[in-house]
Design a protein. Structure first.
Lengths: 343, 335, 291
């Protein structure tokens, strides 16, 4: 088991390099002139200056491995380059936008994981009841609604019409407080900072802004996790060792929660890895629709503006995150299933 | 025979109501188990022997199964009338059960010690340390070497034979009065089979418990049973002590089964299997369920179903034409 | 399981029946589009006709049963012809990416060794980029247009199929009948084809039908973001792209513009739902444990 994890960690840099190569080669499909547009804000400039000089100056015409080498050596030094669309270094741009995304992501995980698993177990125990059918139908529908449509409808009803859950992270009055000198930004997680500063109004406002995007992003995956948990539980409950447990006189609750759930979680954990991948994509849409200045929105904008240092840096970052999470998934397998631990 | 029956099953009927129809898995079965004896229940797959044992344990999946009629008296108490909560106090405690597949009958994510201790902690008033001691003790009793080590191992680290020993340890950990063993050796190698049967016999003496041994293997029946019930299509067709059953079977089905086992001393041209197949439980024939395969069947057999009756002292058979069978047997003896 | 029995069960299962009816319904709409919504310009049937140059979306009326979007694009027309677009997108992307996935997965699983290792690492690399982000990046680079969207989604859409195929191949490889065929001297390709692929087709069918829905959703998301179908094209996602301006309630009551989002959004949802129902039903039918 240890050797397996070590092997995975060692492969990590190779995969990351592979990811960067992939994205880099995609970007290289653009001509030097197209890539130049990242640096030129004003189209008028294009007429006055000799474009070739600019191209040469930024090294956009050098052989690809040189350009790649430049970028990679920068990364090794911790320098991810300059992001034109953000007007800051890529690292700064990421760092400033990270809390918004992380806050959204963490709050979204709760209903997905807890709600999904608990409801999945519930559905499997009340197998074929009316509620089971209802939840199954809801889950399939939830899985079929596009995130952006759901987000727009949420905005329309709960903000446009009812005014309850506005987009962005905070109302302007709250933003003023947060940016003022009296408020210490420990983490830039507004909910947490609100608590740490003892300002419950901020906490309330942040939560109010979080509800709609969290629901939007989690509905899809909550449905997914619930279904997987349900079908996994159903399969496990049919197993011989469940019958053995009952034959010992174990109460039904213990049978379900001790004997069945742990075994049923194994495929759920597998899916969790895939889910995180999807969540990252969902974040892009949700942040864009709800106007949350996080990494997702930034990536979408950067891609559309061909801000390729940002795009490269972003995919590197997300790739790393993904691989780490998959590693955690593998470790949790070992924790849950002793058969894997002792291999 | 002592009149204090441990188990007294009267006219048990367990039906399964499925989409395709009602399956009468157990259709009017009556038998007794006395303390300290081994009752063998033998029959082909699908004859209802497992469902009978699961009915005693009240482990029938309901829906679609249901105990429609009958009573199951355990020390005088009717198990069919108990709630699940009351049954849980009995399961693993007074009546234990072991199953056919040792490879899948143990939970893979908990240690074997954990699983043995679970039963002990539920039914006995001891703390964890004591439960662990008992678990190790049980492992020793079932012949597992180095029990102090083994108790912390996981099922996948043990062989099939060892796992069945663990199952036995689990089942006996609370000193039950009855052990129901549903095909305990079927999935094991022949050599291991012999070991397990020997173990069960010695433990039976040690613990003073009764065993209900369910199997399709006549050899196993011969080795461990005191009395035998032969089942076919949801009913008991013959019921007597083991010696009589082998020496003097009084039901065509039993007789057919015995005949299909080749004997070393007999010169056979071909294997005598019973012709035909076990009938589809959704489509039982009228009259005696065995009539489609019985060499002695008459029109009466195809219309009327025979009740099980005492044909001689302590020997019961459900057949209209025992006399015909006797005639055939004499013929063969003479030949 | 034989195809006849699978089809029979598909019809008996209520869930899949609904899915089938929906898919057939959409199919009929797609086929009969030119009659249901005659194009204004027969040479450009996918360009949604505009009923004027007004800015504000108009609600459903006798003339425009689903109303008009910003710029007076007739929503009804867009929905009808958008069905064709959806099918095209779905079939092409799922079809090609599935073939790629089958090829890669089978070869990797069958030949094993370092070849398998390399292929698996490459798959990992492709999978390490979140799908939507990769799609956005590639589409932006290739340029706007549905064709580029399809290329982008195919490029990043084969990995799950490949992995699925590979694991199937790996488990079948060990099965005795393959070893028997090998022992009998059947050539590699023949073994692969006959035994491996034919036995693994069912999980693939399930996966493919689920992906029909998810690919159409992703494509419509890209159109919504403005990097897919061009403005005015009959694509469900495209039709929603301007809706955000109106439903925030800034320019009047938000709900009155519900049709700009809800109608095209329902079309996408129902389309995806129908494929998911079929895929879900397939899964129930082909689950060996439920037989």
């Amino acid at each position: 088991m240890i050797s397996y994890i070590v092997r995975r960690i060692l492969i990590l840099p190779i995969i990351l390099i592979g990811v960067t190569l992939l994205v880099f080669s995609m970007i290289m499909m653009l001509s030097p002139y197209q890539r130049l547009s990242t640096y030129i804000k004003d189209p008028a400039q294009l007429k006055s200056v000799d474009v070739d000089v600019l191209v040469a100056r930024h090294g956009l015409d050098d052989p690809w491995y040189q350009q790649y080498g430049r970028w990679i050596s920068g990364v090794a030094r911790g320098d991810l380059g300059w992001s034109e669309s953000a007007g800051a270094t890529v690292s700064e741009a990421f760092l400033s936008r990270f809390p918004a995304t992380a806050e959204l992501g963490l709050f979204a995980l709760l209903p997905v994981v807890l709600g999904g698993i608990i409801l999945g177990v519930f559905a499997s125990v009340h197998h074929n009841d009316f509620w089971d059918h209802v939840s199954r139908v809801l889950a399939i529908i939830g899985w079929s609604v596009p995130t952006f449509v759901f987000g727009l409808v949420m905005l329309m009803i709960f903000y446009g019409h009812l005014g309850w859950f506005p987009p962005s992270r905070l109302d302007s009055w709250a933003l003023e407080i947060v940016n003022s000198s009296g408020f210490i930004n420990y983490t830039n997680f507004f909910v947490l900072d609100g608590f740490l500063n003892g300002n419950l109004a901020i906490v309330g406002n942040a939560i109010r802004h979080l509800i709609a995007p969290v629901v939007t992003i989690s509905i899809l995956w909550w449905a997914f996790i619930m279904r997987i948990t349900r079908s996994s539980m159903l399969e496990i409950l049919r197993k011989d060792y469940i019958r053995t447990a009952r034959a010992k006189g174990v109460t039904e609750n213990v049978v379900v929660y001790k004997h069945a759930v742990r075994n049923a979680l194994i495929p759920v954990v597998t899916v969790a890895g895939r889910m995180v991948l999807g969540l990252l994509g969902g974040l892009v849409i949700t942040e864009t629709i709800f106007n949350i200045e996080g990494l997702g929105q930034f990536m979408a904008q950067a891609a559309q503006q061909l801000d390729y240092p940002a795009v490269l840096g972003g995919t590197l970052y997300f790739g790393f995150l993904l691989i780490m999470i998959n590693l955690c998934v593998d470790v949790s397998y070992a924790v849950i299933d002793p058969r894997i631990r002792l291999e | 025979m002592a009149e204090n029956k441990l188990i007294d099953v009267n006219n048990l009927k367990t039906y399964f109501h499925t989409e395709e129809g009602t399956v009468k898995a157990v259709d009017g079965v009556s038998f007794e188990i006395y303390p300290g004896e081994t009752l063998g229940v033998v029959g082909e797959s699908g004859c209802g022997k497992s469902v009978t044992s699961l009915s005693i344990m009240r482990l029938i999946e309901s829906p679609p199964g249901k105990i429609e009629e009958g009573e199951i008296l355990f020390n005088g108490k009717d198990l069919t009338k108990l709630s699940q909560g009351q049954m849980r106090k009995i399961r693993g405690n007074d009546i234990s059960m072991i199953f056919q597949e040792p490879m899948t009958s143990l939970n893979p994510v908990y240690t074997v010690g954990d699983q043995i201790m679970e039963a002990i902690l539920i039914h006995k008033n001891v703390n964890k340390k004591q439960a662990r001691e008992e678990a190790i003790n049980m492992l020793r009793k079932v012949g597992i070497p180095l029990p102090e080590q083994r108790v912390d191992e996981y099922p996948h680290q043990l062989s099939g034979g060892m796992r069945q020993r663990i199952m036995i340890a689990m089942a006996l950990s609370c000193d039950p009065q009855l052990l129901i063993a549903d095909e305990p050796t079927t999935a094991l190698d022949v050599t291991i089979q012999a070991q397990i049967l020997e173990l069960m016999n010695s433990l039976k003496a040690q613990f003073g418990m009764a065993i209900m041994m369910i199997t399709h293997d006549l050899g196993v029946i011969a080795e461990v049973s005191d009395r035998v019930a032969v089942m076919y299509a949801g009913k008991i067709v013959e019921y007597t002590d083991v010696k009589t059953l082998y020496a003097d079977p009084k039901h065509p089905y039993t007789w057919g089964l015995m005949h299909s086992i080749p004997h070393i001393e007999k010169d056979l041209d071909r294997l005598e299997a019973i012709p035909g197949n076990v009938p589809n439980p959704l489509d039982f024939p009228d009259g005696c369920k065995y009539n489609t395969r019985c060499p002695f069947a008459t029109d009466k057999c195809r219309v009327d179903e025979p009740d099980i009756e005492e044909v001689e002292e302590g020997h019961y058979s459900a057949c209209w034409h025992v006399d015909k069978l006797e005639a055939k047997k004499s013929e063969e003896k003479g030949a | 399981m034989e195809w006849q029995e699978v089809t029979l069960r598909l019809f008996k299962n209520k869930i899949s029946l609904i899915g089938l009816i929906l898919v057939i319904g959409f199919g009929l709409i797609a086929v009969f589009a030119p009659w249901i919504a005659p194009p204004a310009d027969p040479s450009e049937p996918y360009m949604v006709p505009r009923a004027g140059w007004g800015f504000e979306p108009k609600p459903p009326s006798a003339e425009h049963i689903f109303g008009t979007a910003e710029g007076q694009y007739d929503i009804f027309y867009g929905i009808i012809w958008g069905t064709r677009t959806a099918f095209r997108i779905g079939f092409i992307i799922v079809g090609i990416s599935t073939l790629i996935g089958i090829a890669i997965g089978t070869l990797a699983g069958f030949y094993g060794g370092w070849f398998d290792e390399i292929v698996m690492r490459v798959t990992d690399i492709f999978m390490a980029i979140p799908f939507l982000i990769a799609a956005i990046v590639l589409t932006t680079i290739l340029g706007q247009g549905l064709r580029n969207v399809m290329i982008a989604l195919i490029t990043f859409g084969w990995m799950n199929t490949a992995r699925l195929m590979r694991s199937q191949v790996l488990s079948i490889k060990e099965e005795e009948f393959v070893m028997a065929a090998d022992a009998l001297g059947a050539g590699d390709v023949r073994i692969i084809f006959k035994h491996v692929i034919l036995n693994t087709i069912f999980p693939l069918v399930i996966e493919a039908s689920m992906r029909m829905g998810s690919m159409v959703i992703t494509a419509s998301t890209l159109s919504f973001l403005g990097i897919g179908a061009p403005e005015g094209y009959a694509d469900w996602g495209q039709m929603i792209s301007f809706a955000r301006n109106w439903i925030l309630g800034g320019q009047g009551n938000a709900i009155q513009y519900w049709f700009t989002v809800v109608i095209p959004g329902s079309a996408i949802t129902l389309f995806c739902l129908s494929w998911n129902l079929i895929g879900d039903a397939f899964r129930d039918i082909l689950d060996p444990k439920l037989q």
